[in-house]
Design a protein. Structure first.
Length: 326
């Protein structure tokens, strides 16, 4: 299967679509009374009053979520190939993206994090272009605005602001205008929101938006480890990919090295940002899928022993299906 997706063959578009729904067999067989879809953060609903909470039946919800994941996978695949992050262009990034978005049942329904992945993929593309342009002020400003829009959808997405500064450190020499541009882009979105709150004579509620920023990072976690056994194969592949990346690190182009460093930090920031939402759900970690998928794809793109990497991927998929059904 991996060998098939190592090729840029148009037939893989059909295989990817079939694979997307194959991994969702378990959730389609579940009986669902109700699946809520919080389209926006409560503080943004004053600006855009669209009620989609109960707009879809459970199966419509799952079906639309699957189609969105498929579209994201294709966009993500194109971006990774365009920036030459792997040995050669392939459909492996899309394959790994779809696999990553199928690890847990909550990943397979409509959620704010799923919508934010469109913005995150867009941001990744813009970040990877930073080192290729003479003047990046406009690009950084756009990134700030995208993060602002994402924050309206899902508040922890604001943590991506940190990635602007990390990306500038990696790809650009210091220019204070670029550092300020990202913040101005973000503030622009919330300036208009503040004006709207003021117009509605509700400015005091606007200040409440920022309360989660004062949350302390939790020191105690309540985890049911049986729910996360499916991450064991993921961890094994990531370790193998890291060893392979380390071996090839200094043989790669400098831009490629910096890109992988950026994606590593993005993975960490995405995972750690859960503390900004006291009642966060498992689907929050969908934000880790785009940067994590590149590392998984890197391993399967560079692995040499076919019998080993094909068997490893089959075991990975079977483990996902097993834990989804049990």
């Amino acid at each position: 299967m991996i060998n098939q997706f190592r090729k840029l063959n148009p037939i893989n578009l059909v295989f990817l679509l079939a694979y997307t729904f194959f991994l969702r067999i378990a959730i389609f067989q579940e009986t669902h009374d109700k699946l809520n879809f919080d389209f926006l953060e409560p503080f943004a609903r004053l600006l855009i009053n669209v009620d989609l909470d109960n707009a879809f039946t459970p199966y419509t919800n799952i079906f639309i979520a699957a189609l969105l994941v498929y579209v994201q996978a294709l966009i993500f695949n194109r971006i990774v190939n365009n920036h030459n992050l792997l040995a050669k262009p392939s459909f492996l990034p899309g394959l790994m993206f779809i696999t990553g978005t199928s690890l847990f049942m909550p990943f397979m329904i409509l959620s704010p994090a799923l919508l934010c992945n469109f913005l995150l993929i867009w941001i990744i593309d813009k970040f990877l272009k930073l080192g290729k342009s003479a003047n990046s002020i406009t690009t950084v400003f756009d990134i700030g605005m995208i993060i602002g829009v994402g924050t309206l959808i899902y508040f922890p997405f604001m943590a991506m602001l940190l990635m602007i500064f990390l990306a500038l450190l990696l790809f650009r020499s210091f220019n204070w205008r670029e550092w300020v541009a990202g913040l101005i882009g973000f503030i622009t979105v919330f300036f208009f929101l503040a004006v709207f709150y003021y117009w509605k004579d509700n400015l005091s509620s606007f200040y409440q938006i920022w309360k989660p920023l004062g949350n302390k990072f939790p020191s105690v976690f309540k985890i049911n480890y049986n729910d996360y056994l499916v991450l064991i194969p993921v961890t094994v592949i990531i370790i193998l990919a890291s060893l392979q990346l380390r071996e090839n690190f200094f043989r790669s182009f400098i831009s490629t090295r910096k890109s992988f460093q950026l994606l590593f930090f993005m993975f960490i920031v995405s995972a750690a940002s859960f503390y900004l939402k006291p009642d966060f759900r498992t689907w929050h970690f969908l934000l880790c899928v785009p940067p994590g998928s590149v590392l998984l794809a890197y391993y399967f793109s560079n692995a040499k022993k076919r019998w080993f990497y094909e068997t490893l991927f089959v075991l990975f998929v079977l483990s996902i299906q097993y834990f989804l059904f049990v």
